[in-house]
Each structure stands twice: as C-alpha cells, then as structure tokens.
Design a protein around this ligand. Structure first.
Ligand code: CA
Length: 760
C-alpha cells in the first residue's frame, strides 16, 4: 500500500511535470515509493508508535536524526510484526546522543545507522523499553553501529543489550567500539530473560582495539551472579574480525549456550567458557595467521563440549592458547573458577598453533585439576614448534585417546604422568579447500564445510562501507618543508591523515608554537641531506598528540636548548584528556640532545586514560636529559589498566639521563590483558637515573610487565633495573647483558630469567 502523503506528493510532482517545459527531466521515478508511515521527526515517530497495529510499518525519513532517543514498542504477531525501517538503507543516520529502546512482542527493527556520537544511556540498542517491558520474539537486523563512543575511555556502556526471550539479532555491522563495556551483552538478570533462545547470527563484529583493561569483550552472555541459569543462546554464522579488546572475545557466563560456525579472523583473545555449564562450541574457524596474542578456545566449568573446530596459526600462550583447559578453585565462589568436569574436546583440527595449555592457571588458589574429561581424536600439527603442550598440574583426570601430532612434538611430564599416551605421531598430508586444511588420513577431524563459512561478504550489511581501521603511516601526500620559523607547524596544520612532512634542508628548524598532531603524520628528513635537520622549540612541548593522532619521526635531531626555562617540558606529549583512540609513536634515526634547560624535561609525557598500541624506537641516541625518556606509569589505580601495549627499543644509546629511560606500570591482579610487552635489545645505558627527582631511583622500572625480551644490553654507571612481577606468569628474560659499575637487577620475585648476565 502506498502511503497517502507520499501518494499525494507523487501526484503533485506529476502535475508539476505537466506544467514545466517538456525537456526537463522530472525525477518521478527517483521518488521512493514508501510502504508504511513515513515519519520526519520524533513527534511524528512517537505518534506513529502509539497508533501502530500489528502489521504496520514505520519509516524513518532519510537524513540525520540528531540526539534522537527512539522508544519503539507495541504488540505485533508472528505473521504481522510491527516494523521500524528506514526510507533508504544507508541514508538514515542516528547521530549525537541517540539510542533505541525496543519493547513488546514481534517488533522488527532494520536499517538504522548509529555514528558520530554516543548513547546517552547505558546502551545504544536495548531489547527492552524499560524494566517492565522487555522484548519477546523481536528482531534487529541490518543495523550499523560505527565508532559510536563517548570521549572518555573508561566511561562504560554497551552497544547492544538483549533482554527477554526468543529475540534475533542478525546481519548487523558493529565496528570501532573503543570505550569500556561489552559490545553485545545478553542479560539474564530476571527469569523473563532466561532460557531465552536468542539467536545472534550473521553479524559482522569488526575492529575492536586493545582496551588495555578488562571490559573489552565483544560478546558476553550472562554474568557470574546468574551463571548457573540457562541462557540457551545460539551464536552462529558470525564473523569476528580484529576483536582485540581483551582476553575474552566471547565471555560465556551462563549455561547451555551454543557457539557454532563462527569465524574469528586475527582476533587477539579467546572464546571463553568463563562461567556456566553445558556449552557447545562446534565447527568454528579461527584464522589467526600467526598474529601476536591471538587465541582460541578456553574451557572452564562442567559438561562443556568443544568439537570439530578449526584453529590455525594461533600464537598466544597461557590463557590465550589455541586450546586451554583451566584449573579450578575448590568450592569456587561464583565469580572465580569452577573445576573442569565431564568436558570434552574432540575432533578439533589445530594447525600451526604454538600453545595448548592444560591445567592452566594452576596456583595455590586454582588447585582443582580437571576431572572426568576427554581429549580425543584431535590433530595438533605444528612442525615448527616442539613444545606445543604445557602441563601445569596433574592431568590424570583427562583421558587422552586417538589424538595425532606431528612427529617433532615433545610430551612434557607432570607429576609422574606423561602426556604421550593417547597420542600418535604421524606425518600428515593435508588437502586444502576454501582456505581450510583437512588431513587426508583423518577427513572427519575438523569442521563440516558444507555450511557457508562466515566472512566479510556474507555477514553484516551490504550497503554500508567498511573503513580501514589500521593506523597507517605514509599513505598520504608528501609536503616539502624548508627551514624557517614554524614551517612544520604550518605544514602539519594543512595536512591530512597519512601525510608525510618532509624537511628538505639540513640545519635548524625553529618552532615557536606547539604542534598539534590530530591524525597520522610522518615527519622525516628528505633523503640525501648532508646533515640531519634539527628541530628546536620553545613551548612546553613540541608535539601534542591529540585524540586520533599518531606520529612517526625519522632522521631528525631534536634539541631542548631554545626551550623556555621551566620545569616539566617535553618533546612529545599526549592529550591531557582521555584519548578514546589508541595511538602509535615511531621514532627512527633520531637524536635527542640537551633536554636540560630545567629539571624534569621528558622526551615523552603521557597522561592518564591514554593508550599507545605501540611505541617503537630504533637507532636513536638520547643525551643529556634531566627527566624521563619514556615514562608510562599514569594508570596507578591497580585495576589492571596500563598506558602502552608494545614497547620496542632497539639499536639505541642513552647517556646522562636524570630520570628513567623506561617505566611501565600495570598494577592489580586482573588477568584479562596481555601487555605491557617489551622488546629491548642492542642498546646501551650510561649514567642513568641519578637525579634526585627520579622517584624510581632506577634506570628502568618494569611493574606488571607481561613479556619482556631484553638482550645484548650494556648498563654502565647507572641505577638499578627494577622489576615487579605480578599476576599472569610474566615471562621476563635477560640475555647477554653487561653491568659495568652498575647497580643490579632487583625484583620482588626471582621468577625471571638471566642468561649470560655479567657484572663487572
Ligand atoms: Ca573480561
């Protein structure tokens, strides 16, 4: 049925067409014929909702709806749902502080796009109008939520909350959640939301950056408090891409959920059966492509079934191994770890994965080893790594049978029992179909490929463009900059994301203004210069990294000699306010000299609620600096939050530094993150850390660092290297290190490695 208003409108255009000259193209055919009640503002929408009967359709007019809170409720029927749709898909946007709450029976929502803003309430899409009116038999399909974040990193919200029963959330595209809070949560707080039979399918869960804290899950079903209730939620045919928020991509916290035929593409995290029993994890694909910190499936609790999954190229260790069976806590409280009982991992094909972890998390508290559990007919194939299996405790409660491994794989022994029984070594020939390998000799191990595998093209929506979410340097134009005053400031001001600011002359560039870095920028010396360009400056900081900014510096010398004589200057400074976007900082072939006009002159100064994906320093020299070089210790609440994921410092020298060269801080006992991670090698330290204002009285202070690979280092006349090892079984290695007239390595715990550390 054509709606009356539209009909009249079309008629008017037709009439108008008759009166104008015949040569004019009249856009009659372009006027969309809308079926349903077209609404153009919130009042019309409210009136339409009030009047809506089963079978009615409400249509949001094209355009941007700003600060619009939609309450869409009513009572449809299975045959005649009440539908909320859009005039044209991809042309209706909800921006600013907008959201939707849905309530009632058989309510369908489709085609909404949320962007350029954030929800004013606890969620963007809620399957309840209020506490009383939940959704039953409702559906949300083909909606988009893109980069819809508040400005504060640790302000928490959900993008989607599902309440009630028998709801479907399908073919939606959710991408770019950067603040704390689960992307999609199934809530089971009341009886009316349990045994819900929700179906979450064919969604595209796109990029979710590292949060640097717990609370970055993409999917959570239930909470520990109600975890022994049945949720009966089915999650199938979804595509998860770069969902890197934290350890748990999916946190299943209730009973009888099913995860079937989903694809996880290069996700740093795991599908975790965190609480609740009788979960089925079947026929899922994990393509990790050997990306760092990628994980697979983690088993906790009772009667869990993990079968016919495909796991490829997973590198994560400990809790994010390819397959992890946890130890539990005896008589565990609801929020800790229940013992693994009566569970099964079978027919899984695990190829080129680095870690399978058994009795993971074994410690004084988590002492209950798995019982009545089977690991059968799995293939663990990795010809490049022998020590794939790690056994942390007594595995006699796991029955192993029919498993196949590549012949190089070694079996660890633990408490008198080797793993070898139940495993056969065999060279396997693999055949490949649609990018999935299968063992010729064991065709039934691995996924059933008869069902379409979810990917970029058969999930989410087809009508909305997908952005590139990687921070990429050097993708824009080159802006050539001669010497002069504020020439770099001007160039950056006129730059676009990815541009390269190229300094074309040797000698001094003077910047009298602080340079704001609003997007990804490279500042580099032109190739072939006789000498490096040098930058001096006079403001408190030379570069201010704003939210969304990332910076590469290449082939430039920096001197602090022209700076104002104040304490607390820095070369690079993050925003003082929360940065919702993670940043990258790369510094190559640069020298930093004479940052000494006053005390506490830092190379980098960071603030709380800022987070670097990576800080990379290569072939740089740092000389005569009164403050710290890299001091990333602003998250001191001991809640497992920290300021940087990866720090890489190579082929560099540090000399005459008053503060620390590097301080990393991650406090608290939270285990849901991977970092900070440090790679430090071929670097020398001379006369570091002696300033009385150096609160650490150290050259480096590494607190709560999870992975530190430090080799080929020389420390001379410098303060101590201080370690503080906390949760997460950190791996801290020193190799080929010389300490010359230097303070020693100090630590609260001796569980770190020293290979060829000489003291002279
Ligand atoms: Ca978590």
């Amino acid at each position: 049925m054509i709606h009356k208003t539209t009909y009249i409108f079309t008629l008017l255009i037709l009439l108008a067409a008759c009166t104008v000259t015949q040569n004019v193209d009249v856009p009659v055919t372009n006027t969309p014929v809308i079926e349903g009640k077209l609404v153009k503002n919130i009042d019309e929408f409210k009136a339409a909702v009030k009047a809506a009967q089963a079978g009615d359709k409400i249509v949001l007019a094209n355009g941007i709806w700003t600060d619009t809170e939609l309450k869409f409720y009513g009572k449809g029927t299975a045959e005649k749902p009440i539908t909320l749709t859009v005039q044209e898909k991809g042309k209706v946007f909800l921006e600013g502080q907008s959201n939707i709450r849905i309530g009632g029976e058989y309510m369908h929502v489709e085609g909404l796009v949320f962007r350029n803003g954030h929800t004013p309430s606890g969620s963007v899409i809620a399957f309840r109008k209020d506490k009383e009116m939940l959704c039953n038999n409702c559906r949300v399909t083909e909606c988009v939520i893109e980069d819809y974040n508040p400005s504060e990193r640790f302000d928490s919200d959900y993008w989607v909350e599902i309440y009630g029963k028998n709801n479907r959330f399908d073919h939606n595209y959710l991408v770019g959640k950067r603040n704390r809070g689960v992307t999609l949560a199934v809530r089971i707080k009341t009886e009316a939301s349990r045994e819900n039979n929700h179906r979450i399918d064919h969604n595209y869960f796109g990029y979710r950056p590292i949060l640097g804290s717990n609370g970055g899950e993409t999917l959570r079903i239930g909470t520990s408090h109600y975890s022994l209730s049945n949720s009966n939620t089915v999650v199938e045919d979804n595509y998860f891409e770069h969902c890197n928020g934290e350890l748990e991509i999916i946190s299943s916290k209730s009973c009888q959920n099913t995860f079937r035929n989903n694809t996880f593409y290069e996700c740093q995290g795991t599908l975790t059966m965190r609480h609740g029993n009788e979960t089925l994890v079947e026929n899922n694909y994990f393509f990790a492509n050997r990306k760092a910190n990628t994980g697979g499936i983690r088993i906790i609790n009772e009667s869990q079934t993990v079968r016919n999954n495909y796991l490829q190229g997973i590198t994560g260790y400990r809790f994010r191994g390819a397959l992890v069976v946890m130890n539990g806590v005896p008589n565990s409280p609801l929020n800790r770890y229940f013992q693994v009982k009566n569970s099964e991992a079978s027919n899984n094909l695990i190829i080129d994965c680095d870690h399978v972890q058994l009795c993971a998390g074994s410690d004084e508290e988590r002492s209950a080893t798995p019982i009545d559990t089977k690991m059968t007919n799995n293939i663990f194939y990795n010809t490049k790594k022998d020590d794939v299996f790690t056994v942390y405790d007594d595995i006699s409660g796991i029955e192993f049978a029919g498993n196949v491994v590549s012949s190089n794989i070694a079996f660890p022994e633990n408490k008198g029992k080797t793993l070898e029984k139940g495993f056969a070594t065999q060279e396997i020939k693999f055949i490949e179909k649609d990018g999935v390998k299968r063992a010729k000799s064991h065709p039934n191990i691995g996924p059933d490929q008869s069902k379409p595998r979810p990917g970029r093209d058969n999930t989410g929506v087809s009508w909305y463009p997908k952005k590139d979410y990687q921070i990429r340097f050097g993708t824009g134009k080159i802006i050539e900059v001669p010497r002069g005053e504020n020439t770099i400031f001007e160039a950056v001001k006129n730059s676009a994301p990815g541009d390269i600011i190229r300094l074309t002359e040797s000698g001094n560039y003077f910047e009298g203004k602080a340079i704001t870095i609003p997007h990804t920028i490279t500042i580099e010396a032109a190739p072939g210069l006789a000498e490096r360009p040098e930058i001096t400056f006079e403001r408190t900081s030379l570069f201010n990294l704003e939210n969304g900014g990332s910076l590469t510096l290449e082939g430039i010398n920096f001197s602090g000699r022209d700076c104002d004589d104040y304490s607390g200057n820095s070369v690079i400074c993050t925003s003082r306010y929360s940065m919702i976007n993670n940043y990258k900082l790369m510094i190559r072939n640069c020298d930093f000299n004479d940052l000494d006009v006053n005390h506490s002159f830092n190379v980098l100064r960071v603030y709380k609620n800022t987070f670097a994906d990576s800080i990379l320093v290569d072939n740089c020299n740092f000389n005569n600096i009164t403050g710290h070089v890299f001091n990333l210790d602003k998250e001191i609440d001991d809640r497992g939050i920290y300021n940087v994921e990866n720090v890489v410092i190579t082929n560099s020298t540090f000399k005459d530094i008053g503060g620390v060269v590097l301080s990393l801080y991650r406090g608290g006992r939270d285990e849901s993150t991977f970092g900070p991670i440090l790679d430090l090698h071929n670097t020398t330290f001379d006369n570091i850390g002696h300033d009385k204002r150096n609160q650490y009285q150290a050259t480096m202070n590494l607190h709560g660092v999870q992975l530190a690979d430090m080799h080929d280092l020389e420390f001379k006349d410098s303060k101590k290297i201080n370690l503080h090892l906390i949760v997460g079984e950190p791996i801290i290695k020193f190799k080929d290190v010389v300490l010359k007239n230097n303070e020693d390595i100090t630590s609260n715990d001796d569980a770190f490695q020293q290979v060829n550390v000489t003291r002279k």
